[in-house]
Design a protein around this ligand. Structure first.
Ligand code: ZN
Length: 170
């Protein structure tokens, strides 16, 4: 059975990423015991990830790269912002226990969406935060193997995710 729309797919892979010709760094590694499972064709994954797996079947190996622009995007200078220190005041004082250089901090925009920003610098009146995705600007490299391809059940298609030992539990 080949990977196509509405199939439940299990893959085992090793994902590395590199930026501007730098060394490849390990991002994520699954295993046969803990594979990555997903419903193919549901738009939940990077389009190029699915495109590279389409048509493969159990036992097929894969080795492909996704350039940054088609992965998590390029680094946007506009996403590096200076946030007034007042935004981090808790109980009348700057929250220096939580807001430290290099830390990832969850914040909310005007619409209430959660954004994760990395603290780049803490200055006198502001904190410079980087809201780019951690993998922005990185070329991705997936190497792995297809473990299983099966028809998704009606319930899985209805829910939009895979059930079973490695999928969703309700
Ligand atoms: Zn479900």
């Amino acid at each position: 059975m080949k990977i196509a729309e509405d199939k439940a797919v299990s893959v085992n892979y090793y994902l590395t990423a590199h930026k501007d010709g730098g060394p490849e760094e390990l991002v994520e590694q699954t295993s046969v015991e803990h594979p990555f499972v997903f419903l193919f064709g549901y738009g939940q994954l990077l389009p190029d990830f699915e495109a590279n797996l389409a048509g493969k079947q159990k036992g097929d190996k894969f080795d492909f790269r996704i350039e940054a622009a088609k992965g998590y995007g390029l680094v946007e200078k506009d996403y590096v912002v200076k946030v007034n220190k007042e935004a981090f005041i808790v109980d009348g004082k700057f929250d220096d226990a939580r807001v430290k250089q290099g830390e990832d901090i969850a914040m909310h925009d005007q619409d209430g969406n959660q954004l994760i920003g990395k603290v780049l610098e803490i200055a006198e009146a502001h904190v410079t935060m980087d809201f780019n995705h951690p993998l922005a600007g990185h070329d991705l490299h997936f190497v792995g193997e297809v473990l299983e391809v099966r028809d998704a059940t009606a319930e899985e298609l209805d829910h939009g995710h895979v059930h079973g030992p490695h999928g969703h539990h309700h």
